[in-house]
Design a protein around this ligand. Structure first.
Ligand code: DAH
Length: 360
């Protein structure tokens, strides 16, 4: 019997020998778990119903009475020894498995998070907002209106007669039911005067559409800002002062403006306005070379302006004997391209994030 017990102990030692030089720190969680399963199987093999220990217990009854007690004790001791050595290993592995799990599943709230990609405003929006801020500070309201207009608002009310080239289909996008995508923000002059009456001081930034083939300086959709001021006693001097003031605020105190006589159907007299180049301060030369934004002329053409035509006032129910006003309009894309040194205005509408990211 004693040899039988010795054999069991030897077998157990043999079975557990693979755990002797197990380096826990080298094990992955799945390996630790596999070892735990191995220990559970060993427990069954050595102490379960079909184990040699159970077999030995069953044999106690067949022993001579005086041997039973001591042999029973020996078996008992052997069984607890077996359980002790297996369970000791089990505890060690289980606690290490728990350690690994907490390490894998734990969350370190002190690690800085990932910053979500944030978008940025489009360069045209940035410029529009700067211009809006300037005019709002001068007492102007910002007007927004529809982009699809009928001929009356697009042309007739603005004193653009039948037969004027602006009405040609080559210049304008017409819908099949006779409406047109507005080709200028001047339409808002009419809408705003009808809505608000006079006196009025507004700017109207917005999209306009022209049947142009895209190239580095043209696109079929672009932005304009319209300005309108109507009150008693408004003169060309107010127009000039206003245009000069907002351009100084945008491009710096030293900015000069000039006006050249021109023609627009909705103003009389009409002019085009230029401002002294922000890069070369009007000298035409920058860092010893011909200045790029003004092409060496020292002046940058910006837009049109004039005194609101009496017909336009009359079309809005305003008496031109009592009220007078000025209006102006200019595009944003070329100005924006100059400010940010963009060679090709088409880049602004290609939705390339590499381009757009630069305006953060
Ligand atoms: N609407 C004109 C254009 O698209 C610009 C313009 C000129 C607007 C004179 C005005 C103005 O209000 O008075 O070219």
């Amino acid at each position: 019997m004693k040899e039988q017990i010795q054999r069991i102990k030897d077998e157990l030692r043999e079975a557990l020998s693979s755990f002797d030089n197990l380096d826990l720190r080298e094990l992955k969680l799945v390996e630790v778990e596999a070892n735990l399963r191995k220990l559970r199987d060993l427990k069954i093999r050595f102490t379960g119903k079909k184990s040699p220990i159970s077999e030995a217990k069953r044999q106690i009854g067949a022993l001579p009475a005086e041997q039973r007690a001591s042999f029973g004790k020996l078996i008992q001791e052997t069984e607890s020894e077996i359980l002790n050595s297996i369970e000791h290993l089990e505890r060690e592995l289980a606690s290490y498995a728990l350690d690994l799990k907490t390490r894998v599943e734990s969350l370190d709230v002190t690690i800085p998070g990932f910053r979500p990609e944030s978008g940025s405003l489009h360069p045209i929006t940035l410029l529009r907002q700067r211009i809006e801020d300037i005019f709002v500070s001068m007492g102007y309201a910002v007007e927004d209106d529809r982009e699809i207009e009928n001929d009356y608002y697009n042309f007739d009310a603005l004193n653009i007669p039948e037969g004027h080239p602006a009405r040609e289909a080559e210049d304008t996008f017409y819908t099949t039911n006779g409406l047109a995508l507005r080709s200028q923000t001047s339409t808002v002059q009419i809408r705003a005067m009808e809505r608000r009456g006079v006196p009025i001081r507004i700017i109207a930034p917005g999209k306009v559409y022209r049947n142009d083939t895209p190239d580095p300086t043209h696109i079929p959709m672009f932005h304009q800002v319209e300005g309108l001021c109507v009150d008693r006693g408004i003169t060309m001097a107010h127009l000039k002062g206003t245009v000069a003031e907002w351009l100084r605020r945008l491009f710096g105190k030293g900015t000069k403006i000039r006006m050249r006589p021109s023609y627009f159907p909705f103003t009389e007299p009409s002019a085009e306005f230029d401002f002294s180049c922000f890069k070369c301060s009007g000298t035409g030369v920058f860092e010893g070379e011909k200045c790029r934004p003004c092409k060496g002329t020292g002046w940058i053409e910006l837009g049109g302006c004039g005194m609101v035509h009496p017909n336009v006032l009359r079309n809005c129910g305003v008496d031109p004997q009592v009220f007078s006003g000025f209006a102006f309009g200019f595009g944003l894309e070329r100005m924006c391209a100059m400010l940010y040194s963009i060679d090709d205005i088409r880049l602004m509408y290609e939705n390339d994030v590499r381009f757009l990211k630069q305006f953060r």
